[in-house]
Design a protein around this ligand. Structure first.
Ligand SMILES: [Zn+2]
Length: 306
């Protein structure tokens, strides 16, 4: 166990994460390489990303864009715009492959292929990983550790706090057994904080098109719970530029950002920032280092920050 040690005066970390899948979503997730689906992916790069960058700039938000290698190689200029705006990048597979449907060696090769894209096009190596499908194969956590990622953001064993993910030995006719926790920090995702399932129309597969007031209220209520009731809270919704970038969607998303920004003690952070603010229970030296950096002399009594 451990906890987030937030900057002084802050009571919740907020990562307004972006899964910039573009065309790769229609390849790896849906096997729909048609010109019409490529156009939907193009919309994400051409329209969605600029609208998000404009919104984040107006609220002085720095966040994390999880981007498949395929998107970096196809929409390199959009990625460079994101980079020059000061946002963080996270690994998100190569063509939005489903890790549960491929062999371990393929999974490893595609992680490497995307790392090469980050290096070649943007000159960086991402610190974090988010599974393209928000799903894990039996090999994924091993590979995330093997490639030296410092955090992962794909799993859901908690909702409003980071944690160390455990390996489970699965049994069907007796109880499952928890294995050792990972060295990687999990910054949990949540299907209830994803714009794609409720809003994206995918013919024959997913109706989407839900009422945006409902989504706004749900996302706000989850934020409120973390803000009011969870010590060291971390709120991390995920949006897709080709969905949230639609005119009527960016309107409610902006209302949400405005609502969050109106609260005292909100820390808009990248996932890398959140990783850096995490302290394991037994890491007294790390606590002291964070205090030194932040100039904290004494924790306010009952603040819940320490
Ligand atoms: Zn994705």
């Amino acid at each position: 166990m451990g906890k987030l040690v937030l900057p002084e005066g802050k009571k919740i970390a907020v990562n307004l994460g972006v899964d910039f899948d573009a065309q790769s979503l229609w390849l790896g997730a849906f096997n729909m390489p048609s010109p019409a689906m490529m156009a939907r992916g193009e919309f994400g790069a051409a329209v969605g990303v600029p609208r998000l960058l404009d919104l984040y700039a107006r609220y002085d938000v720095k966040t994390t864009f999880f981007v498949p290698g395929h998107t970096i190689d196809t929409f390199t200029d959009a990625c460079r715009e994101i980079q020059s705006a000061g946002h963080e990048f996270g690994h998100h597979g190569y063509y939005h492959e489903n890790p549960t449907k491929i062999e371990r060696e393929t999974e490893r090769r595609l992680i490497e292929l995307a790392l090469e894209s980050f290096d070649r096009q943007l000159g960086i190596r991402p610190r974090g990983y988010r599974s393209p499908y928000w799903d894990y194969s039996e090999s994924t956590l091993d590979l995330v550790e093997e490639f030296g990622f410092e955090y992962d953001s794909s799993l859901m064993a908690r909702d409003l706090v980071p944690y160390r993910p455990r390996r489970w030995k699965v049994h069907w006719e007796r109880g499952c057994v928890a294995g050792r926790a990972s060295s990687v920090l999990e910054i949990p995702v949540n299907w209830y904080l994803d714009d794609f399932p409720p809003l994206a129309y995918v013919g024959g597969l997913q109706p989407g098109m839900q009422d945006t007031e409902t989504i706004f209220r749900r996302w706000r209520d989850i934020f409120d719970y973390g803000y009011q009731r969870v010590d060291g809270a971390c709120y991390a919704p995920a949006v897709h530029p080709q969905i949230i970038g639609q005119a009527h969607h960016i309107m409610w998303y902006e209302r949400l950002v405005d609502y969050i920004a109106s609260k005292d003690g909100v820390w808009f952070a990248t996932c890398g920032d959140i990783r850096d603010a995490w302290v394991d229970d037994d890491d007294d030296q790390r606590l002291q280092e964070l205090d030194d950096v932040r100039g904290v002399e004494e924790a306010p009594v009952g603040s819940g920050f320490r």
